[in-house]
Write a protein that binds this ligand. Sequence first.
Ligand SMILES: Nc1ccccc1-c1cnco1
Length: 228
Amino acid sequence: MRIDIVTIFPEFFGVLDVSLLGRARQGGLLDLHVHDLRSWTTDRHRTVDDTPYGGGAGMVMKPEPWAEALSSILRSDGSSTLVVPTPAGTPFRQTIARSLAEHEHLVFACGRYEGIDARVFEWAATRSTVVELSLGDYVLNGGEVAAMAVIEAVGRLVPGVVGNPESLVEESHEDGLLEYPSYTKPASWRGLDVPDVLLSGHHGRVAAWRHEQQVERTRRVRPDLLPD
Ligand SMILES: Nc1ccccc1-c1cnco1
C-alpha cells in the first residue's frame, strides 16, 4: 500500500518512522510519503489560505495549491482514495479501517484553519474516491492528528505489518464488542488477584469467561454497540 500525506506541517509525521509503521516502511509493506502543501504555491509568501467568502472568522485554504498537489499525487487511473479528516465526516470505525486497508493508494489531505475550499473535493471526486472521516465530535486544530490515527489503524491491518495476525483478532471492535480485561504476572498484586479462571488452564472456560466479560463491558460502557 502506498500512502501520501499532504500537510503544511510535514515534520509532524516524522513519528511514522518509528515503531511498527517504521518497520513496515523499511520492510516495503507501507510506502509512505509526506508532502508540504507549500511546495505547490507560486507566490513569494507561499500562501495557502485566504479570507472566507460570506465573511466570518478565520481563514480558508485556497483551492489552487491543493489542486496542484493532488493533480501530481492522485493516480490518473482513478484508483486513488482521497481521505479527508474533517469534523463533518463519517465517524471513523474499525469497519472503515478494514475497508481502507484493502485500498492500493491512500492520499490524506490534512486541512488547517477553517478548512479547505469545498470545491477541491468536488474537483477531486472526478479523479478519485473521496472519503471524509471524523474521529469524533470534538474540535482539533487540523487534520494531522486525525490522519495519524487513521494511518495507524489502517496500516496495522496491512498483511505482514503486525507480526502475529492473531493479535489483530482479539481486540476491541474487531468482533463488535469491547475487549476483555487482560492480566499478567504476578497472580496477586497489591492485594488484587487475577481471576481464578485464568489460572485454571481450562481453555474452554477461559474463552467463555472472556466473552462474558466482553459482553458485560460493552453493555456497561458502550450499549450503543449492542444490537437492539
Ligand atoms: N476538528 C478537525 C479539524 C480539522 C480536521 C479534522 C478535524 C476532526 C476530525 N475528527 C474530529 O475533528
